[in-house]
Design a protein around this ligand. Structure first.
Ligand code: ANZ
Ligand code: ZN
Length: 833
């Protein structure tokens, strides 16, 4: 508390000394930008187009420090591009469906729409105050019927292509939110939103067939490699989880159909000693004998309470039950006991595995627990796994494997066995992916209704396009309370409809779509937000997309970003777009933390963005955030001092007040040293912004401000044209970071607003002398001057500079020069007459 109060008084004194009024400037320029439409693209083809996209916000409460960081980074990019002459589209909208609105509405007995749209207004005001160069004319909200009409339209196109389908399966269930979750929304076994332990339920649910695109999602990463953070690509690659191996068919005694397994090591088939099925795979309950059924069902119930993470943990002791049947090893006819065990997952491969305990640790752990045989078939030189309990997955020489014995090449072993199986019709080579289809239906109210009608005689019937949108019914408060089925089911009038196909009585689908569906295509909609003929105008999308720069949090690495890539590929297949990847570049900004920890209510270490802005002004907060470090690093607010950012901005502002030359003055006649400093600074700032090291750009602007102050106070003085050149460079480059101060400076410098329309300063390479050398000038053998000159300076130029030096002139005292000896760049020796 005390520290906080001290800071406040510091602020007051700082603001008393301020040379400009931040709050007044904020109001003045916000109004100007809005009335002027400064940040709407020209869209006349006169400039190359660039699309700068921020991950759109969820409207929960007002903006916070996290938004301050994320959005300033994108704004630096957008503003910089404008100054570089691009026609920049930088839109904003809201991801406005979702659970928090619904929960807030239940708590207040209100309607989610009221809470949502009120928050949107609050955030919109804050975004404007924060000085973002946004094009407000493209604003959209995914919960508007004008928007979700097209979400539904897209769903139907997916449905027609077999990419949206319904099936029965065990799904992730959040007992707290009372809804299903996609695999991507289960983090370490917990609900991504509320951290409740996720359980399994058997339900009929809607899926998008993203698995059809697994390989393309992998392949097309080559198009964004190097432009997206490596860790995001690695996370996507892992999530897709491609594996190469083989399908192997096993007969099960007493069953007609053979059972397939997926294995990455068909070459170890001779070492299979048992067979395992996932408890919840339909196969398990089909093959279990009557004698073992009771034990199996008890085990199945227990399995549902265990998270996927726990199931795969090597720490957890292996469990399982014998199913009373045997599988036949296709290569040697051996009878392998069949178990149900939860370390095998129903949703990967086929949900059944051949267990090779000698060479697979999970199988070995199980074999040890159930006293099953361990047979080495690859001699790796490591100790016997049966003795040590450590499996040997490595390379070696095949043993106990009639077809392979003596061979010492894993690739050849895999190829040989796979070929043999294929020839016998008992297997083939295979590629599998960990990626599962995207479970998109939710049993909650505040989302986009699924445009399907269920008819007792026609089955699933799509709502015809001309009847879209299927609007949400107007449920309120109590009716929304989660109860395991969708609240929409209670809106009987809404549910009961005539079947669009046969006209008979039918019912609407009562689930809503995961909000990630809404956010998988919003960036297309921005290109033509009011288009009524389709989700977007293909011609507008062709003009603006793909997105040149996307900025947002790394938490979306495998959810939103993977889904958006998938949507774009489907849209390409539908012929609606002609590029495979939506986002050419991705930047993940860091987080703002406080005292080493994420800000949270329970820790009480939250920093309020609004209060910070009230105390220091928008520009100082933006500058502090940008200057804190590279954009992707976290910022600990406890280590920041927005007060010193404010001081810096005031110093910059005072420069503009001091400039005494007229606007438009040619800088060529100005102080050369000052000019060199300016041009070197601009070159560095440019380079830093291009390479997205924005913090370095701030540092260079600070140096330029200090150097210019020196020249004004103790050098060439305020009237020197080089000073104007320097201060204009400060104003223009600073406008990317601190736009309000920069607008004020630009005005003081005698220019018409807005500085956002200024051109980026052009660097004169001749002024970019990397290093200067000292040249000694002698008159009659006596040193009369030391000059800083370019290493490559010509003899003529050096002579001229030396003769013009005041010290040399004094020494010559009006005498004629008889001879000049020049050893460029180090020495000039002058002999007077
Ligand atoms: C026999 C074998 C022998 C295996 C060996 C590995 C090593 P990745 O690499 O992740 O794709 N497996 C297959 N389906 C499974 C499921 N539904 N749940 C759990 N495990 C499953 O893993 C592929 C390997 O994981 C497969 O290859 C199979 O075990 C197991 F020395 O088959 B292996
Ligand atoms: Zn019908």
């Amino acid at each position: 508390m005390r520290a906080g109060r001290r800071r406040d008084t510091e602020v007051t004194t700082e603001r008393e000394r301020t040379s400009y009024d931040a709050a007044a400037a904020q109001e003045k320029w916000q109004r100007f930008w809005e009335e002027d439409g400064t940040f709407s693209p020209l869209d006349d083809g006169s400039r190359e187009r660039r699309y700068m996209l921020d991950m759109f916000p969820y409207p929960s409460g007002d903006l916070h420090m996290g938004h301050a960081e994320a959005f300033v980074m994108g704004d630096v990019v957008a503003r910089y591009w404008r100054l570089r002459g691009f026609d920049v589209m930088h839109p904003i909208g809201w991801d406005s469906f979702g659970l928090p609105a619904e929960n807030a509405a239940i708590a207040r007995d209100a309607h989610p729409a009221d809470w949502t749209y009120a928050n949107i207004e609050t955030q919109a005001r804050s975004f404007k105050r924060y000085g973002l160069s946004l094009d407000w004319s493209r604003r959209l909200h995914t919960s508007d019927p004008e928007y979700y009409r097209w979400t539904q339209w897209l769903f139907l196109r997916f449905y027609e292509r077999g990419l949206a389908y319904r099936r029965d399966s065990y799904v992730n269930w959040c007992p707290n939110d009372q809804t299903v979750l996609a695999n991507e929304q289960v983090v370490q076994g917990l609900c991504e939103r509320c951290s409740a332990v996720v359980t399994k339920r058997k339900l009929t649910q809607w899926y998008f067939k993203i698995t059809d695109y697994a390989q393309r999602l992998l392949d097309d990463m080559s198009l964004i490699e190097g432009h997206w953070p490596d860790r995001v690509l690695a996370m996507q690659r892992n999530w897709i989880g491609r594996s190469e191996g083989a399908w192997v068919d096993f007969e099960i005694e007493g069953r007609d159909e053979p059972v397939r397994v997926f294995t990455t090591r068909p070459d170890t088939l001779f070492g299979a000693t048992f067979f395992v099925v996932a408890p919840e795979a339909p196969l398990a309950s089909e093959i279990v004998t009557e004698e073992h059924r009771a034990a199996f069902e008890e085990y199945l119930e227990a399995t549902k309470r265990v998270t996927e993470i726990e199931r795969q943990s090597s720490e957890r002791p292996k469990s399982g039950v014998f199913l009373g049947v045997h599988a036949i090893n296709p290569v040697n006819g051996e009878r392998l006991p069949v178990y149900a065990a939860d370390y095998v997952l129903a949703e990967y491969g086929t949900g059944a595995v051949m267990a090779v305990p000698a060479h697979d640790q999970r199988d070995l752990d199980f074999a040890k627990a159930f006293d099953l045989p361990v047979r080495v078939v690859v001699e790796t030189g490591q100790p016997d796994p049966g003795e040590t309990g450590v499996a040997t997955p490595g390379d070696g020489t095949y043993v106990n494997s009639p077809a392979l014995d003596g061979l010492a090449d894993k690739k050849a072993g895999i190829a040989a066995i796979t070929a043999q199986l294929a020839e016998e019709g008992r297997g083939e080579s295979a590629i599998t992916y960990r990626l599962r289809d995207w479970l998109l239906s939710r049993q909650r109210f505040w989302g986009c209704p699924i445009p399907i009608v269920h008819c007792p005689s026609c089955g699933e019937v799509p709502v015809p396009d001309d009847q879209l949108p299927v609007r949400l019914p107007d449920l309120r408060g109590a009716a929304l309370a989660p109860k395991g089925t969708s609240p929409l089911a209670s809106a009987t009038e809404w549910v009961n409809v005539a079947c669009p196909a046969c006209g008979g009585p039918a019912e609407r689908d009562t689930d809503t779509m995961d909000t990630f569906v809404d956010s998988s295509w919003y960036f297309f909609r921005y290109c033509s937000p009011n288009y009524t003929e389709g989700p977007f105008d293909p011609a507008e999308v062709a003009k603006w997309m793909p997105v040149a720069q996307y900025v947002g949090g790394v938490e979306h690495a495998i959810l939103h970003l993977l889904y958006s890539r998938f949507f774009t590929k489907v849209l390409a297949d539908l012929g609606l777009v002609d590029f495979p990847e939506p986002f050419l570049r991705l930047m993940n900004q860091g987080q703002v933390i406080n005292q080493g920890k994420a800000m949270s209510k329970s820790l009480g270490n939250g920093v309020d963005l609004g209060q910070q802005i009230d105390a220091y002004g928008v520009d100082a907060i933006r500058t502090t955030v940008v200057f804190a470090g590279p954009p992707e690093d976290d910022i600990d607010w406890a280590d920041m001092s927005p007060g010193s950012s404010l001081k810096f901005l005031q110093r910059a502002h005072r420069l503009a007040q001091d400039v005494a030359s007229a606007a438009g003055t040619d800088p060529a006649a100005g102080d050369l040293a000052m000019r060199r400093v300016t041009h070197k600074a601009v070159a560095d700032i440019t380079e830093s912004l291009e390479s997205q090291r924005f913090n370095v750009a701030v540092a260079r602007i600070m140096e330029l401000v200090n150097a210019t102050r020196k020249v004004i106070d103790t050098g060439a003085g305020p009237a020197d044209p080089a000073v104007r050149e320097a201060v204009e460079a400060v104003a223009v480059s600073l406008s990317t970071i601190a736009p309000y101060v920069a607008e004020e400076m630009w005005e003081l410098l005698g220019h018409a607003p807005s500085v956002a329309n200024a051109a980026w300063p052009v660097v004169d390479p001749a002024l970019l002398v990397a290093d200067s050398v000292t040249c000694v000038v002698q008159v009659q053998g006596k040193v009369r001057a030391k000059l800083d000159v370019a290493p490559a300076i010509s003899e003529e130029e050096l002579t001229a500079v030396a003769l013009a030096d005041p010290g040399v002139q004094r020494a010559l005292a009006g005498r004629e020069v008889r001879q000049v000896i020049v050893r460029a760049p180090r020495l000039v020796s002058i002999v007077p007459a």
